[in-house]
Design a protein. Sequence first.
Length: 195
Amino acid sequence: MVKVLPVHFGTLKSFPKLDARFDLPAAKLTVSGFNRLPLSQKFPPLSLKVSATGEKISVLGDWTQESSLQFCDESPVSIELKSICSELEFDKAITDAEKRNEPVIIVWMANWCRNYIYLKPQLERLAADYYPRLQFYCIDVNMVPHKLVVRAGLAMPAIQLWKDSKKQDEVIGLYKAYLVVNDVQKMIERELTGE
Protein backbone atom coordinates (compact mmCIF):
# COMPACT_ATOMS: atom_id res chain seq x y z
CA MET A 1 0.00 0.00 0.00
CA VAL A 2 1.37 3.44 -0.87
CA LYS A 3 0.13 6.50 0.99
CA VAL A 4 1.09 10.14 0.35
CA LEU A 5 1.34 12.15 3.55
CA PRO A 6 2.40 15.71 4.38
CA VAL A 7 5.53 15.61 6.53
CA HIS A 8 7.23 18.57 8.25
CA PHE A 9 10.98 18.43 8.87
CA GLY A 10 12.18 21.26 11.11
CA THR A 11 15.86 20.53 10.43
CA LEU A 12 15.64 20.74 6.62
CA LYS A 13 15.20 24.48 6.11
CA SER A 14 15.06 24.22 2.32
CA PHE A 15 12.28 21.58 2.48
CA PRO A 16 9.86 22.84 5.18
CA LYS A 17 6.91 20.80 3.86
CA LEU A 18 7.28 17.56 1.90
CA ASP A 19 5.01 14.92 0.45
CA ALA A 20 6.45 11.59 1.53
CA ARG A 21 5.58 8.17 0.11
CA PHE A 22 5.39 5.35 2.62
CA ASP A 23 5.30 1.81 1.25
CA LEU A 24 3.71 -0.23 4.01
CA PRO A 25 2.89 -3.73 2.76
CA ALA A 26 2.91 -5.28 6.24
CA ALA A 27 0.90 -2.66 8.13
CA LYS A 28 -2.43 -0.97 7.73
CA LEU A 29 -1.97 2.77 7.57
CA THR A 30 -4.80 4.89 8.89
CA VAL A 31 -4.25 8.61 9.18
CA SER A 32 -7.02 10.58 10.81
CA GLY A 33 -7.00 14.04 12.30
CA PHE A 34 -3.51 14.50 10.77
CA ASN A 35 -3.53 18.30 10.91
CA ARG A 36 -4.65 18.36 14.55
CA LEU A 37 -1.71 16.40 15.99
CA PRO A 38 1.97 17.34 16.26
CA LEU A 39 4.28 15.05 14.28
CA SER A 40 5.67 13.42 17.45
CA GLN A 41 2.18 12.14 18.31
CA LYS A 42 1.52 10.87 14.79
CA PHE A 43 4.64 8.78 14.47
CA PRO A 44 6.05 8.38 18.01
CA PRO A 45 8.03 5.19 17.31
CA LEU A 46 8.65 5.80 13.60
CA SER A 47 12.24 6.49 12.55
CA LEU A 48 12.67 8.27 9.24
CA LYS A 49 15.60 8.21 6.81
CA VAL A 50 15.47 11.12 4.39
CA SER A 51 17.58 11.56 1.28
CA ALA A 52 17.17 14.42 -1.15
CA THR A 53 18.87 14.50 -4.56
CA GLY A 54 17.82 17.12 -7.07
CA GLU A 55 14.03 17.07 -7.13
CA LYS A 56 13.73 13.50 -5.85
CA ILE A 57 13.09 13.07 -2.14
CA SER A 58 12.93 9.62 -0.55
CA VAL A 59 11.65 8.91 2.92
CA LEU A 60 12.07 5.45 4.44
CA GLY A 61 10.16 4.55 7.60
CA ASP A 62 10.84 1.76 10.07
CA TRP A 63 9.04 0.76 13.28
CA THR A 64 8.52 -2.16 15.63
CA GLN A 65 5.52 -4.51 15.85
CA GLU A 66 4.35 -2.65 18.97
CA SER A 67 4.47 0.71 17.25
CA SER A 68 2.60 -0.53 14.19
CA LEU A 69 -0.26 -1.54 16.49
CA GLN A 70 -0.25 1.91 18.09
CA PHE A 71 -0.21 3.52 14.65
CA CYS A 72 -3.35 1.66 13.53
CA ASP A 73 -5.66 3.65 15.79
CA GLU A 74 -9.20 3.15 14.53
CA SER A 75 -10.67 6.05 16.56
CA PRO A 76 -13.22 8.09 14.64
CA VAL A 77 -12.27 11.56 13.45
CA SER A 78 -15.79 12.87 14.02
CA ILE A 79 -19.04 11.53 15.41
CA GLU A 80 -22.42 12.70 14.20
CA LEU A 81 -24.43 14.44 16.90
CA LYS A 82 -27.35 12.24 17.97
CA SER A 83 -30.66 13.88 17.23
CA ILE A 84 -33.33 14.35 19.92
CA CYS A 85 -36.83 14.96 18.54
CA SER A 86 -39.10 14.73 21.60
CA GLU A 87 -39.29 15.26 25.35
CA LEU A 88 -39.26 11.50 25.82
CA GLU A 89 -35.95 11.17 23.91
CA PHE A 90 -34.51 14.09 25.89
CA ASP A 91 -35.49 12.51 29.21
CA LYS A 92 -34.03 9.16 28.11
CA ALA A 93 -30.69 10.75 27.11
CA ILE A 94 -30.47 12.55 30.47
CA THR A 95 -31.49 9.44 32.44
CA ASP A 96 -29.01 7.20 30.59
CA ALA A 97 -26.19 9.65 31.32
CA GLU A 98 -27.25 9.80 34.97
CA LYS A 99 -27.12 5.98 35.21
CA ARG A 100 -23.56 6.04 33.84
CA ASN A 101 -22.75 8.91 36.23
CA GLU A 102 -21.47 10.93 33.30
CA PRO A 103 -22.35 14.33 31.89
CA VAL A 104 -24.01 14.73 28.50
CA ILE A 105 -23.69 17.55 25.97
CA ILE A 106 -26.91 18.95 24.49
CA VAL A 107 -26.61 21.28 21.49
CA TRP A 108 -29.73 23.41 21.05
CA MET A 109 -29.95 24.78 17.52
CA ALA A 110 -31.97 25.43 14.40
CA ASN A 111 -30.95 23.66 11.20
CA TRP A 112 -31.15 26.91 9.23
CA CYS A 113 -28.90 28.83 11.68
CA ARG A 114 -25.64 29.92 10.03
CA ASN A 115 -23.73 29.75 13.34
CA TYR A 116 -24.85 26.15 13.82
CA ILE A 117 -23.95 25.22 10.23
CA TYR A 118 -20.36 26.39 10.85
CA LEU A 119 -20.21 24.98 14.36
CA LYS A 120 -21.63 21.49 13.75
CA PRO A 121 -18.59 19.84 12.08
CA GLN A 122 -16.29 21.19 14.78
CA LEU A 123 -18.57 19.89 17.53
CA GLU A 124 -18.63 16.49 15.78
CA ARG A 125 -14.81 16.42 15.88
CA LEU A 126 -14.92 17.38 19.56
CA ALA A 127 -17.42 14.55 20.17
CA ALA A 128 -14.86 12.12 18.69
CA ASP A 129 -12.25 13.37 21.17
CA TYR A 130 -14.50 12.37 24.09
CA TYR A 131 -15.96 9.21 22.52
CA PRO A 132 -17.25 6.88 24.00
CA ARG A 133 -17.14 8.45 27.46
CA LEU A 134 -19.28 11.49 26.71
CA GLN A 135 -22.41 11.58 24.52
CA PHE A 136 -23.25 14.58 22.32
CA TYR A 137 -26.86 15.27 21.25
CA CYS A 138 -28.50 17.99 19.18
CA ILE A 139 -32.02 19.33 19.39
CA ASP A 140 -33.59 21.38 16.61
CA VAL A 141 -35.79 23.82 18.53
CA ASN A 142 -38.15 24.04 15.54
CA MET A 143 -38.88 20.31 15.72
CA VAL A 144 -39.57 19.75 19.45
CA PRO A 145 -42.44 20.90 21.67
CA HIS A 146 -42.01 24.47 22.89
CA LYS A 147 -42.30 23.37 26.53
CA LEU A 148 -39.02 21.42 26.15
CA VAL A 149 -37.28 24.59 24.95
CA VAL A 150 -38.77 26.54 27.87
CA ARG A 151 -37.74 23.77 30.28
CA ALA A 152 -34.11 24.11 29.17
CA GLY A 153 -34.23 27.88 29.61
CA LEU A 154 -31.90 28.82 26.81
CA ALA A 155 -30.68 31.37 24.33
CA MET A 156 -29.72 30.22 20.84
CA PRO A 157 -27.49 28.54 19.78
CA ALA A 158 -26.66 26.94 23.11
CA ILE A 159 -24.43 24.05 24.06
CA GLN A 160 -25.33 22.75 27.51
CA LEU A 161 -23.67 20.27 29.83
CA TRP A 162 -26.16 18.24 31.86
CA LYS A 163 -25.37 15.96 34.78
CA ASP A 164 -27.59 14.37 37.43
CA SER A 165 -30.67 15.55 35.48
CA LYS A 166 -29.64 19.21 35.86
CA LYS A 167 -28.08 21.77 33.57
CA GLN A 168 -24.59 22.32 35.02
CA ASP A 169 -23.07 24.71 32.50
CA GLU A 170 -23.75 26.39 29.17
CA VAL A 171 -21.95 28.07 26.27
CA ILE A 172 -23.87 30.41 23.97
CA GLY A 173 -22.40 30.06 20.47
CA LEU A 174 -22.78 33.53 19.01
CA TYR A 175 -19.12 33.98 18.04
CA LYS A 176 -16.52 32.25 15.86
CA ALA A 177 -16.89 28.45 15.79
CA TYR A 178 -13.34 27.65 16.93
CA LEU A 179 -13.80 29.91 19.98
CA VAL A 180 -17.11 28.22 20.81
CA VAL A 181 -15.48 24.78 20.54
CA ASN A 182 -12.64 25.93 22.83
CA ASP A 183 -15.18 27.13 25.40
CA VAL A 184 -17.15 23.86 25.14
CA GLN A 185 -13.94 21.87 25.63
CA LYS A 186 -13.06 23.96 28.72
CA MET A 187 -16.59 23.41 30.06
CA ILE A 188 -16.23 19.62 29.60
CA GLU A 189 -12.77 19.52 31.18
CA ARG A 190 -13.99 21.53 34.20
CA GLU A 191 -16.77 18.99 34.72
CA LEU A 192 -14.57 15.93 34.20
CA THR A 193 -11.79 17.19 36.49
CA GLY A 194 -14.15 18.59 39.11
CA GLU A 195 -12.74 22.13 38.99
